[in-house]
Design a protein around this ligand. Structure first.
Ligand code: ZN
Ligand code: ZN
Length: 142
């Protein structure tokens, strides 16, 4: 087996940013747990019925432009990051977590991502069908 220099020295990254381009970032391209969320926080923050989330390893995250400003939706537990200029909602970070969630729409390319479940489906608006839960049974039970 051979390993090319490019794959061993520079792991794949995924790029993203806000609407105005002030906030830019790159993360290791290891997306995990793509899903929609219809909790009240997501509805209030986004102005829409759901937000779309996917997690990436926090280690390796690089802010290549302005860093987001943060708002704690759950004090000392969970904060949301947005652009200080255009106010795009970009990310969510739990204190002490090893991963950070970005919205699909913060990514330059999310065309390969499909939501595998919808969290807080009980708070969803009644006029939009929740996505099907396609997780393996063990993951869905957690
Ligand atoms: Zn912006
Ligand atoms: Zn939510």
């Amino acid at each position: 087996m051979t390993t090319t220099a490019s794959s061993s020295s520079s792991p794949a990254v995924r790029l993203g940013g806000c609407l105005c381009g002030a906030v830019r970032f790159e993360v290791p391209d290891l997306p995990d747990a793509p899903h929609l969320c219809s909790c009240r926080h997501c509805q209030k923050l986004s102005g829409g019925p759901v937000m779309s989330w996917v997690s990436f390893p926090l280690e390796g995250l690089i802010w290549t432009g302005t860093e987001p400003v943060w708002f704690y939706t759950y004090p000392q537990e969970t904060r949301r990051g947005r652009c200080p200029d255009c106010a795009s909602q970009l990310c969510a970070l739990d204190d002490g977590a090893a991963s950070i969630a970005f919205t699909f729409s913060a990514l330059d390319d999310s065309s390969d991502l499909v939501p595998a479940f919808q969290s807080f489906a009980r708070d969803a608006v009644p006029w939009l069908r929740p996505v099907a839960d396609t997780r393996p049974p063990a993951a869905a039970a957690s």
